[in-house]
Design a protein around this ligand. Structure first.
Ligand code: SF4
Ligand code: SF4
Ligand code: SF4
Ligand code: FES
Length: 949
């Protein structure tokens, strides 16, 4: 719900937690607070606001501005209330003539070196300096503006999202501390002393030339207009706001969307957001402009074949066209000839409706989700071993970890706000193990250095995980009590015999992994004996032919060492997109109904059948790769694709394009004409996260509200479109608001039984399971026993991938993400984030570059057995020799033209992370890239023709 804009409350200094309490009197009011609390915060608790400038409750107190002075009985002088801790029996006085005089004097000095342009200042009305001048009763500035001052200091406008206007800086250092404490980047310093001191990015560089990652924490922390969002400079301060959830990555940061009218002028991270606690990254805070980009398509379009111009039609016509096409296909080719793909970018409610439409309307189970190509092995591996397809912890749990093991993930780029939490813990002294073929930033960054980096060869994760387990068992470091108490005995005995086989030793497996056995042994000892050990992993674990085996091996390691069921430990998949967890929870795998219950289970089926009034097919439907194979074979002919861009994101582009071209009816629901839409017959305009209501579920199982803050540009929210299509296909749906969809999900899904919009409004967010046993949700899973009862040690035999380097394809290509871009880039490429990443490049080690005669910036042809593409070279020691690396954010890069259709044995998750390739210096784009450009030109002109009607 929209509310009048107000700055978020600020208690001056951070909350302290202690079982010991302290009572004191402030201005005659008795107050009891936790030991360690500052006098300033205790005063705020007593309803007394002490003026301040350098203090804010997201940062440790600093004590530099001297505005917050108080009098304390029995104490000499006037101590700063922000840096003075409370003591029992303390009597504090915050108001006196003396204090008022001192505060006014200090304020007068600040203002004498500050432009008095409040009326034309971009933050007029939303400025702490202005507020504080009022609070201390400043009435005159006696020093004049003639002497030395900073009033003509330069502005730094290098960052596309914020401006640094040094003339307004009061050198309170809040920005510097935010960059250190909150973000952990250490890009800012205070240069010089006394009057000459000034904020400096890097070595007195422009922000854009420094290490700044544009997270905006400094902008948020600045009490003046020195650091201000350009959107505020352009549009003015907001007048209303609503709490919503970021639509980018699986961290699921909570934001206040702040608006003037229907225009978002700022996204401010929500201090009460449990996933992010007031922090954000460049994407969530700044890259929201795509929602109103001129490329948005806001009217439905249809065409009979993909070489025809689009025809703009009404919603009614588009829905009737689609329903008739799908029914026609089913009549001619059978019930199973159509299906749908749901998206992890869409809300839970939208995903739920699409799978309901498929099961109850299409009458089959041909529904799959993009999680197929990212975290489906997590679902399989964690369900098999622990009993639930989800991560075990809260993000906050990392603050209790003593050892952090990161495998196949790059949190500073892909999960930046969680990375900042993790970095804070690592700076406090937690130890770090990184298992990754690439030297990710966390291996060696400001004030952090990994204790162990195991640069494993792509495709050998299972071998290295087995080697870690082997070492732990061989050296007797396992937690035998935990295993005896919590795990299935026969399975453990069998696994124990398996893992002790000599081929699993670090020495024997080094032949495959390429990792020094001593490093493996050291890492194993640290993980097993370092205290609370927590594993965080990403797509570098799952997107392999043995992705599911690796996830099981990770769970085995955690059970072996008793690192489950409490804070600071656990097994934590870092989900790529905002709602990967939710799209899986909502039953969008072809074999599972919502809540991961198998479609073959008669009792579950009958529950849904009686609620939906239909009979359900008991057989699992087609997975995405099966759909594409069946499309090429002419057996699958109609696809409803909501919010996904399979033509860019799925592997083996040639095959995907062949499949999409074979369809009789491809329906794409999206906000932009994406790569997949170029093969579509129906385009249903989607709504951005700012235009709809719903929920997302992040990597912690945390369900958070998405709130509509502006009208849907196309007139309908996505769930309304699916509902209209369902009704046109005789699958009645009568929801009037997404909250009713959530009520149905709760009624049919035991782990969601207690979830409702009322509860979400009340609590802010809820981590499932949320039901009668855990009415407010479940932060930590598997506390006393595993969801499946006893933990299961699965056998994790290492089977080398068929995708191996050979004489024809001597290098291994692996892929990943970059901070400024998101997935296929459809959103971030339509924002100023492109200044950081205009194109995908190929990272190659200097030795390999020399061997293949490649120099920095050269065009490099990359070919695999699936196809070939051309990228520019970036020579880098982040990758090891024999490995090359790229991202896939730009369609024309064609990274997935090169990736093969090898996939995980259990779930068909593609083996994106290992492709054997050949590289050579070339002079022109690949044939596919040339054809891609032609198709793009053709489809753009067919779209333009629709615009002319
Ligand atoms: S830029 Fe803002 S936060 Fe940083 S020192 Fe200056 S006034 Fe303080
Ligand atoms: S935007 Fe973030 S990274 Fe950049 S200087 Fe500010 S706090 Fe540091
Ligand atoms: S970390 Fe993820 S969820 Fe948070 S602001 Fe960035 S992209 Fe959004
Ligand atoms: S707020 Fe306490 S010294 Fe600045």
């Amino acid at each position: 719900m929209l509310q009048f804009y107000q700055p978020q409350p600020d208690f001056g200094t951070p909350l302290r937690e202690s079982e010991q309490t302290v009572s004191l009197t402030i201005d005659g009011v008795e107050v009891t607070v936790a030991e360690g609390t500052s006098v300033m915060r205790a005063a705020a608790d007593a309803g007394v606001k002490i003026p301040r400038l350098c203090a804010t409750d997201s940062l440790e107190p600093f004590g530099s501005c001297r505005i917050c002075l108080v009098e304390i009985e029995g104490m000499r002088g006037k101590p700063a209330s922000c840096t003075t801790p409370v003591a029992d029996g303390m009597v504090v006085n915050t108001q006196s003539d003396q204090l008022a005089k001192v505060r006014r004097g200090v304020m007068e000095l600040y203002i004498s070196d500050h432009p008095l342009d409040c009326l034309t200042c971009p933050v007029n009305g939303d400025c702490e300096l202005q507020d504080t001048a009022g609070e201390v009763g400043l009435r005159e500035v006696r020093y004049g503006f003639e002497g030395a001052n900073h009033l003509s200091a330069d502005k730094d406008t290098s960052n596309p999202y914020f401006t640094f206007d040094a003339s307004k800086c009061i050198v309170c250092s809040r920005c510097v501390r935010a960059c250190e404490e909150t973000q952990g980047t250490f890009a800012l310093t205070i240069d010089g002393r006394g009057f000459d001191s000034k904020v400096s990015a890097g070595q007195d560089e422009l922000f854009m030339d420094s290490d700044c990652v544009s997270c905006g924490a400094c902008v948020d922390a600045c009490p003046t207009a020195t650091l201000t969002e350009n959107s505020i400079i352009d549009a003015g301060v907001p007048e209303h706001s609503a709490i919503t959830t970021c639509a980018y990555c699986g961290v699921g940061c909570s934001f206040k969307a702040e608006l003037r009218g229907n225009t978002v002028v700022r996204m401010t991270p929500n201090k009460d957001g449990h996933a992010n606690e007031g922090h954000s990254c460049v994407k969530g805070r700044f890259a929201f402009g795509y929602a109103t980009h001129k490329d948005r398509i806001t009217q439905p379009m249809v065409r009979d074949s993909i070489d025809q111009p689009w025809r703009k039609v009404s919603w009614e016509e588009a829905i009737a066209f689609t329903a008739a096409r799908f029914r026609g296909i089913q009549e001619q080719h059978g019930r199973n000839s159509v299906g749908a793909i749901t998206s992890s970018r869409c809300t839970n409610e939208e995903v739920y409706l699409v799978q309901k439409l498929v099961r109850a309307g299409f009458g089959n189970n041909n529904v799959d989700t993009c999680a197929r190509v990212c975290h489906s092995p997590t679902g399989y591996g964690l369900k098999t071993t622990l009993g639930e397809s989800a991560g075990t912890q809260t993000f906050a749990s990392v603050a209790k970890a003593d050892v952090v093991l990161i495998m196949g993930a790059n949190p500073t780029d892909a999960h930046p706000v969680f990375a900042s939490r993790m970095k804070r813990r690592l700076r406090e002294g937690a130890r770090l193990i990184v298992i990754d073929p690439r030297q990710i930033e966390l291996v060696d960054t400001a004030h952090i250095r990994a204790d162990y980096h195991l640069p494993v060869n792509p495709g050998t994760n299972v071998a290295i995980l087995n080697a870690l387990a082997y070492t732990i068992v061989e050296e007797g470091l396992q937690d035998s009590d935990f295993i005896a108490d919590r795990c299935e005995e026969p399975a453990f005995a069998e696994w124990l015999a398996f893992i002790q086989e000599p081929q699993h030793s670090p020495e024997a497996s080094a032949e495959f992994t390429g990792v020094d056995p001593e490093l493996v042994r050291g890492a194993a000892r640290l993980y097993a004996t370092g205290g609370n050990s927590a594993i965080y992993y990403g797509l570098g674990v799952t997107e392999h032919s043995q992705g599911s085996t690796s996830v099981m091996a990770i769970a085995n390691l955690a059970m072996l060492t008793g690192n489950l069921g409490r804070e600071g430990v656990g097994v934590n998949p870092l989900r790529g997109q905002n709602n990967v967890q939710g799209s899986c929870d909502m039953g969008s795998f072809p074999h599972e109904l919502p809540g991961y219950r198998h479609i073959s289970d008669a009792a579950t089926r009958s529950l849904f059948e009686s609620h939906w009034g239909v009979s359900l097919d008991p057989d699992p439907g087609m997975r995405i790769p099966n759909m594409f194979n069946a499309a090429v074979a002419g057996e699958f002919r109609g696809l409803y694709c909501q919010g996904e861009d399979v033509a860019q994101s799925d592997p083996n582009t040639h095959h995907i394009e062949a499949a999409l071209s074979s369809l009789d009816c491809l329906v794409v629901q999206d906000i932009f004409l994406n790569e997949t839409a170029k093969f579509a017959h129906v385009f249903l305009p989607g709504s951005s996260f700012l235009e709809k209501n719903g929920t997302f579920t992040n990597a912690e199982r945390r369900i958070s509200r998405v709130r509509k803050v502006m009208p849907a540009q196309a007139g309908m929210e996505d769930w309304e479109v699916t509902q209209a299509l369902a009704n046109a296909m005789d699958c009645p749906m009568t929801y009037s608001h997404p909250s009713e969809i959530m009520d149905e999900i709760a009624a049919l899904t035991p782990t969601f039984a207690g979830v409702s919009y009322e509860r979400l409004d009340e609590q802010g967010s809820v981590q499932w399971p949320c039901n009668t046993e855990s009415p407010t949700g479940t932060p930590i899973m598997h506390v006393d026993s595993f969801v499946r009862g006893k933990g299961y040690f699965g056998i994790t035999e290492f089977v080398p991938t068929e995708e191996r380097a050979n004489r024809r394809f001597p290098l291994l290509l692996t892929t990943g993400r970059i901070l400024s871009q998101y997935n296929v880039g459809a959103q971030t490429r339509r924002t100023a984030n492109t200044v950081w990443h205009e194109e995908d490049v190929l990272e190659i080690h200097p030795h390999d570059a020399e061997q293949y005669g490649i120099s920095e910036q050269d065009w490099v042809g990359i070919s695999s057995r699936a196809g070939d593409t051309v990228l520019r070279a970036a020579i880098s020691e982040r990758v090891k020799p024999g490995v090359v690396y790229t991202t896939f954010h730009h369609p024309v890069s064609g990274a997935n033209v090169v990736t093969t259709d090898n996939s995980d044995w259990a779930t068909n998750c593609p083996e994106y992370k290992v492709t054997a390739v050949h590289v050579e210096k070339v002079a022109e784009p690949s044939q596919w890239q040339r054809r891609h450009r032609e198709v793009h030109r053709l489809q753009t002109s067919l779209l333009a023709e629709a615009g002319r009607e």
